[in-house]
Design a protein around this ligand. Structure first.
Ligand code: HEM
Ligand code: NAG
Length: 362
């Protein structure tokens, strides 16, 4: 009898282990999905819809890249300096880029974003979520589709009321490092944090700087959130991929597009060492990006008034490589190191013939 009840107990314990219960204080949203705050369940239908119908089945391709870019172009529309002078400085991450897309996409730095805003607005309207929340949500979901991507914080609850951002707040590829640093400093980002933000260019391409080479990526692996952007941007440029105008400088690989602004910041004495430090250690790069993106997503917002719905953001596919490498045919001899304090690390060269980088398509 004693033996039998012990056996029952063990069997019961095993059953409890076999069917793991969700952690304490979790809300069941149905469909095997759990969140800490019940208000976050409402984001799962938005997630499913955009993964299927905006990101073509959870791809890290053009629309996901655009979603990430949009988080910046919405949030950077904010100026504390203007507010100090008694002018309206914009609302930051307030969704004004969608609410007033006709106005804001006419700004030079937002040229071409009208296709993005047109594609995104119907999803926000259909799910009755605020434009400000939707921009940051879509960016976080989009970049979670990239191999080795970050899992960005997502806070919900931004007001849907906004006013059009003033013009000339979004940095342009023709801007000097100094101008970009000053612009971002105005909203609380140091030059080092600008480098962390620019990690986004590891999953990026250009369509509008030179439309003849639309889709030309900024590194050789635009659907992987890897260290390649930092490595390849430090290689000597050899040829233009486009017409060499509008903020393009020479790149080291045929088909790869290099922005003058990235070139300048990667070699600026204030940021060159931080840039170089991101050519290795994928986990470090991702964690710095997650930190700085949490700040970007709440520019002009009070985070204490928002609800943490980060548990709705998918866990990204794991990184396949955790350090940068030289593209075929390249070596340390091709590096233009601008960091005086630290030697450039030793990296492997990828085997195989020199190939050109293909454009990113939708
Ligand atoms: C700080 C100065 C920055 C400048 C001057 C800059 C400039 C640019 C330019 C010119 C493009 C190409 C757009 C096109 O022609 O289609 C681009 C693409 C992109 N940028 Fe930036 N950017 C900056 C910072 C950022 C930041 C902070 C983020 C996000 C956190 C970001 C995310 C992206 C993404 C994801 C793309 C790729 C879009 C696509 O492939 O469709 N950028 N950027
Ligand atoms: C947000 O504001 C826009 C107008 O800018 C409106 O069309 C939309 O329905 C609003 N969304 C919500 C959730 O209130």
């Amino acid at each position: 009898m004693a033996f039998q009840s012990l056996f029952t107990l063990v069997a019961l314990a095993a059953a409890v282990v076999a069917v793991p219960a969700p952690q304490d204080a979790q809300v069941n949203c149905g469909g095997g999905r759990f969140v800490k705050n019940a208000a976050c369940c409402a984001w799962f239908p938005v997630l499913d819809d955009i993964q299927e119908n905006l990101f073509s089945g959870s791809l890290c391709a053009e629309e996901a890249h655009e979603a990430l870019r949009l988080t910046f172009h919405d949030a950077v529309g904010f100026s504390i300096a203007a507010e100090r002078e008694g002018q309206f400085g914009g609302g930051g991450a307030d969704g004004s880029i969608l609410a007033f897309s006709d106005i804001e996409t006419s700004f030079a730095a937002n040229f071409g974003l009208d296709f993005t805003t047109e594609a995104f607005i119907p999803f926000a309207l259909a799910h009755k979520v605020s434009f400000g929340d939707f921009v940051q949500f879509a960016g976080a979901v989009g970049v979670s589709n990239c191999i080795g991507g970050p899992r960005l914080q997502f806070l919900a609850g931004r007001s849907n009321n906004s006013r059009p951002s003033p013009d000339n707040l979004v940095p342009e590829p023709t801007d000097s490092a100094e101008k970009i640093f000053e612009r971002l400093q105005d909203i609380g980002f140091s030059p080092i944090e600008v480098v962390h933000l620019l990690t986004a260019h590891t999953v990026s391409a250009q369509y509008e700087v030179d439309t003849d080479v639309a889709g030309s990526p900024f590194d050789s692996t635009p659907s992987s959130f890897d260290n390649q952007f930092f490595v390849e941007s430090l290689l000597k440029g050899t040829a233009f991929t486009g017409n060499g105008q509008g903020g393009e400088v020479t790149s080291p690989i045929p088909g790869e597009f290099r922005l003058q602004s990235d070139f300048a910041i990667s070699r600026d004495s204030r940021t060159a060492c931080e840039w170089q430090s991101l050519v290795t250690n994928h986990a470090n790069m991702v964690s710095k990006f997650e930190t700085v993106m949490a700040k970007l997503a709440t520019v002009g917002q009070n985070p204490n008034n928002l609800i943490d719905c980060s548990d709705v953001i998918p866990v990204p596919p794991a990184a396949k490589v955790t350090t940068g490498s030289f593209p075929p045919g390249k070596s340390k001899a091709d590096v233009q190191s601008a960091c005086a304090a630290t030697p450039f690390p030793n990296l492997a060269t990828q085997p195989g013939p020199v190939t050109s980088v293909l454009p990113v398509t939708a």
